[in-house]
Design a protein around this ligand. Structure first.
Ligand code: ADP
Ligand code: ZN
Length: 746
């Protein structure tokens, strides 16, 4: 039989072989045979072609990758490409970017590719498939009733049309017959139309404001770079309100004029409604958006439009960096210092740094805009790797606010009736003055909920998340306790779960809800508004709150860091920071830098128009360099001190760092493997490996976590060190080892 088979194989004509990279967490690529071409014969597939291939029992997307197929494997052992998509092939630039990100982050190429092919809807052709949209709400069928299942489908379609039946059924969690029923009644409409995968091109001729001299100089510099079509990394450095957005809008206009696509990365797309409105005012159309909340229909439309060059401007979260642009001509990273650009789940990468890499591959400029550029970024300016354009003051000459420090050790907030107070005499006085003058005040505390900790007065027990090393946070609005790490939530118990004492659980410390409570008591006449990520549940809710503030229906705003981000409130003249020290503790090497950036940004909310602003920082450590430099308004001094501290410790950007997080469900098994890892630590010149230590959250979502730190000299790549150390180690199946290059929080 064996001989027969050999004979048979030889008579089959040799088919073309391709190396296909699939979207699994594997290095790959694997070899496949060309698809059966039928009568027309084989079709030649170019590099980058997106195809569907069988892997095990599944059919997965993959991409024709480079490299020589292994011809020693007999043809009969190979599987065949299942289908060829009708999408444009991924460009060389994008495939090289994927390679680069994979080798830099140490994540498998397939995992990085998966971020690119992140819109499965886009991969399927919808040609010849019915799409659905809203139909007539008045049906003639009198027996027709809107059941809850039907309502779910209608709610989805109210958001946007263009869904396939399969997508609708999956998203609404209903069966296909529900959609059929709706269609028969005419309440939804199925149509066979080639959908329009394009976003409008902004009409030319709309002009921005007349720029000031240094704005003009900065804009012209960027415009020249866009037209030259070369790589350049440019830091656009100017205080909040100095007109950075107006300046990069000019660069966007120039890139549009060149027929290029533009990517604008914003730290939190969900909070960017004001930015989108402003873009629309300036350019007359809305840009394409890319983030996790898009409907399948919009995902498909956007992904396709981007790949066909029919989405001129894309605004997105960090994931939009992995879209298949047809002709990317400019990248803007707004608020480049923001921590949310660092992705710490899945592939660990920093979107700002990867934006620079992508821009280099696309031969286009990348603009890093910030009022408080990251230390890394400023060191890159000093090294001459990045250029810097400076906008000197606030547009229209509005002054910077005065910053005052209140020493909480001396101006202790007194107790209000039975509860504790959090606002000092100085801050209360300033709020009163501001409100009496008809202006607005804002109280900032970067903590959601009512109280960060609930404690039993009888036995001292603290309520902790069962799945994480974290206290449960009380949210009085929902009468619940919540874990801010895993989302676990439970009702506030009447008695202590440990000693059963009744009514002895007390909230400790303030969250924003508690500040609202205190403010209501102190200023009963004030119109108080609360803004936190969990109260702003939708873009519409955010928009409504912003409108209320703009119309001065709210005159005392209490908020978490969502209020720090880019909003302009012309009548806001006082900012009070309830606990300026909050971010300074914890094992984050950037704690001081991040506190400085956040407080600087919050302070920048005060006094934007003709009114001078005033900022009050409540602190227990007024001598801290962060407080002193904020008071002096001396950002560069802060960076100098920070650079010195980090350079002394060999910390980034003066040394390099990788965190190796080892996690598993069994503590003993985990510690065992960590001990094995520790014994295998190699001696490498210019590198140290520290650990294992408990990771900052040593229990997260029910997994125990340990951490090693790889610290190297600038000249030694932590990737190489980590690779040579981890290569030979095989972890037990339930233990995961994840490397985070340039870790952020640890
Ligand atoms: P940044 O991005 O640095 O915070 P913006 O570009 O948002 O600054 O500018 C702050 C405010 O000043 C915005 O309302 C903007 O429209 C306005 N502005 C900036 N430059 C000009 C200008 N040259 N003419 C008129 N208004 C301007
Ligand atoms: Zn938890």
């Amino acid at each position: 039989i064996g001989d027969d088979l050999m004979l048979f194989e030889e008579t089959v004509p040799e088919r073309c072989r391709y190396r296909v990279q699939v979207i699994l967490p594997v290095e790959g690529p694997y070899d496949y045979l060309a698809p059966d071409g039928g009568d027309e014969g084989e079709r030649f597939l170019p590099l980058g072609q997106i195809v569907m291939v069988p892997v095990g029992k599944r059919i997965l997307p993959g991409v024709i990758w480079g490299g020589e197929p292994d011809t020693s494997v007999p043809q009969a052992k190979l599987r065949q490409i299942e289908a060829i998509t009708d999408l444009p092939p991924l460009k060389d630039e994008l495939r090289q970017f994927i390679e680069w990100v994979a080798s830099y982050t140490l994540f498998p190429r397939g995992s990085v590719l998966k971020m690119v092919l992140s819109a499965p809807q886009a991969l399927e052709s919808v040609a010849g498939q019915k799409l659905y949209r809203q139909g007539d709400t008045d049906t003639e069928d009198t027996s027709f009733r809107i059941t809850p299942a039907r309502q779910k489908v209608l709610d989805l379609l109210a958001g946007s049309g263009g869904w396939t039946a399969v997508e609708l059924a999956r998203e609404a969690g209903v069966s296909g017959s529900v959609i059929k029923g709706l269609e028969q009644a005419g309440v939804v409409e199925g149509y066979l139309e080639v959908p329009d995968f394009s976003f409008p091109l902004p009409p030319s001729g709309i002009k921005g404001p007349v720029l000031s001299e240094d704005q003009r100089a900065a804009a012209d510099d960027l415009i020249n770079k866009v037209r030259a079509g070369n790589f350049a990394a440019v830091v656009l450095d100017g205080v909040t309100g100095s007109g950075k957005t107006e300046v990069y809008f000019e660069a966007i206009e120039a890139a549009l004029g060149e027929g290029q696509q533009i990517l604008v990365l914003l730290p939190e797309i969900a909070l960017s409604s004001q930015w989108l409105d402003r873009f629309e005012q300036r350019f007359g159309v809305r840009p394409a958006e890319w983030h996790s909340e898009l409907t399948p229909a919009l995902r498909r439309k956007t992904w396709r439009a981007v790949s066909e060059g029919k989405a001129p401007v894309v605004v997105g979260a960090r994931s939009s960096l992995f879209l298949p642009y047809e002709k990317l001509g400019l990248i803007i990273v707004d608020e480049e210092h923001e921590a949310s650009f660092k992705q710490e789940e899945g592939v660990c990468y920093h979107a700002r740094d990867m934006a620079v890499v992508r821009a280099r591959g696309c031969h286009c400029p990348v603009v890093l805009a910030s009022a408080t550029p990251a230390l890394e970024t400023m060191i890159n300016v000093q090294n001459g790797r990045y250029e810097r354009l400076v906008l000197s003051g606030r547009h229209g000459g509005a002054g910077m606010p005065d910053v005052e420090l209140v020493d909480l050790r001396f101006d202790k907030p007194e107790r209000l009736d039975s509860g504790q107070g959090w606002l000092s005499q100085a801050l209360r006085g300033a709020i009163r003055q501001t409100l009496e003058a008809g202006e607005q005040a804002m109280l900032f505390l970067n903590r959601r909920g009512y109280a960060p900790l609930t404690l039993c007065r009888t036995c001292g027990h603290r309520l902790q998340c069962p799945h994480c090393t974290a206290w449960l946070v009380e949210h009085r609005r929902f009468s619940r306790l919540q874990c801010h790490h895993c989302g676990y939530s439970t009702r506030l118990p009447d008695s202590c779960p440990s000693c059963d004492a009744e009514g002895s659980l007390v909230p400790c410390g303030p969250g924003v809800e508690r500040i609202v409570e205190e403010a209501k008591k102190l200023f009963p006449e004030a119109r108080i508004g609360l803004m936190a990520s969990d109260t702003m549940t939708s873009p519409a809710a955010t928009r409504e709150m912003i409108e209320r503030i703009e119309k001065r229906e709210v005159n005392l705003l209490v908020g978490t860091q969502v209020v720090a981000k880019g909003y302009h409130f012309p009548y806001l003249t006082l900012v009070g920071v309830v606990d300026a020290d909050l971010g300074l503790f914890g094992g984050d090497l950037r704690a001081a830098e991040r506190t400085f950036q956040l407080l600087h940004q919050v302070a920048g909310r005060a006094g934007r128009a003709e009114h001078k602003g005033r900022v009050i920082l409540q602190t227990s450590d007024p001598q801290h360099p962060v407080m002193q430099t904020l008071k002096a308004g001396d950002r560069d001094k802060f960076l100098e001190i920070e650079a010195e501290t980090r350079s002394r410790g060999g910390l980034p950007p003066f040394g390099r760092l990788a965190a190796v997080i080892v996690s598993g469900p069994e503590e003993a098994e985990l510690d065992n493997f960590c001990a094995t890892m520790a014994r295998a630590i190699p001696t490498i010149d210019g590198a140290r490996i520290l650990g294992p230590a408990p990771a900052p959250l040593s229990l997260l979502r029910g997994k125990f976590r340990r951490r090693f730190l790889v610290m190297t000299r600038r000249s030694v790549a932590p990737q190489a060190v980590a690779r040579s150390w981890l290569q030979g180690l095989k972890s037990p199946s339930r233990v995961r080892v994840v490397v985070d290059i340039d870790p952020y929080s640890f």
